[in-house]
Design a protein around this ligand. Sequence first.
Ligand code: FAD
Ligand code: NAP
Length: 316
Amino acid sequence: MLDCAIIGGGPAGLTAGLYTTRGGLSKVTMFEKGMPGGQITQSSEIENYPGVTGEISGMDLMMPWPKQCQQFGLKHEMIEVTQVSRNSAGNFTVSLGDGTTQEALSVIVCTGSTPRRAGFLGEDEFFGRGVSTCATCDGFFYKGKEVVVIGGGDTALEEALHLAKICSKVYLVHRRDEFRAAPNTVKRIEATQNIELVLNASPKEVYGDKMGVTGITVTMTDGSSRNIEVPGVFIFVGNDVNNGVLKQDDGAFLCEMSDYGEVMVTLSMATSVPGLYAAGDMRIEAPKQVVCAAGDGAVAALQVIAYVDAKLHSQQ
Ligand code: FAD
Ligand code: NAP
């Protein structure tokens, strides 16, 4: 029986691993389906992790994290978790991709979320070289420059407002002439001088050179096309929360979820199920930043230590 099973080895999972093991739990396993480090390892540059200065890639930032955890006894299994369920004793069963299971007194789920891609030409080729899905992460790189934002939902419009404070101009490209975003947000967009609406326009191809993006071609609904010369293209066309492990055999989720598939948590990262915690990008209102995911992991771990302690004492 594990004291704690950690699902996912990004910044949240690794920090949870550090704090649970260093805090005295001896049987903690982190299940990560790929290499530890999480989605930040795709980033060629991160400059907003406190205390880390100079040019550093996401891969370099995350490199020492697993070793630090292992020093304190965190076990790492490189395997996909297929399901987390609760058994009759009030503990958890973690089902693994190879068909085996592990029992745990507590679980911290840290499987993150995945921004959707829009599916236009050059999107993947230029991802991280001018194409981005994170304004908080990359907006500053375009300070005083023009950028394109794609999407018509709340996220696209809120991020366009954020970018308009940093960039000289934001072209908001949306495939229809009506937005999904809240009417108040639409009003704020319309009142922002340096946002130009490019409506009835779908992204066709982003182009550039070896330095990165230099522009994007959009196709209008009347069949015409327009080139917008910008060094940065931000895509906000929806987000998939990696919540599959919480789905039960009957299709319901193990714990309470928001309408958007995020895990509902308290400020202690506790879910609606005792002993089950969620941390990082998959929880409600996640700022989707490495420092925040790491903070969540630490908070959840401190709660788990107290939970496991109480559980073991009650069994004596
Ligand atoms: P993730 O990092 O997504 O980690 C989740 C982990 O869970 C993954 O390793 C995944 O393989 C694993 N996993 C998922 N499902 C399973 C399963 N079923 N079984 C086992 N393992 C599973 N943030 C910043 O602060 N600054 C930046 O500059 C910045 N730039 C970014 C640039 C890019 C290109 C991207 C993609 C993100 C960027 N971010 C940045 C955001 C940051 O990466 C995330 O906020 C952070 O990684 C979230 O951490 P997490 O641990 O919650 O989830
Ligand atoms: P969303 O509401 O699903 O909006 C996605 C937008 O992207 C839509 O406008 C869609 O166009 C467009 N789109 C989708 N695929 C595209 C493609 N391939 N090419 C071009 N455009 C494409 O996603 P979201 O904005 O991330 O919001 C998700 C949920 O979170 C929503 O329910 C939202 O209300 C909520 N949210 C709320 C707040 C808030 O309350 N402050 C903030 C952020 C998010 P169409 O409109 O034509 O489909």
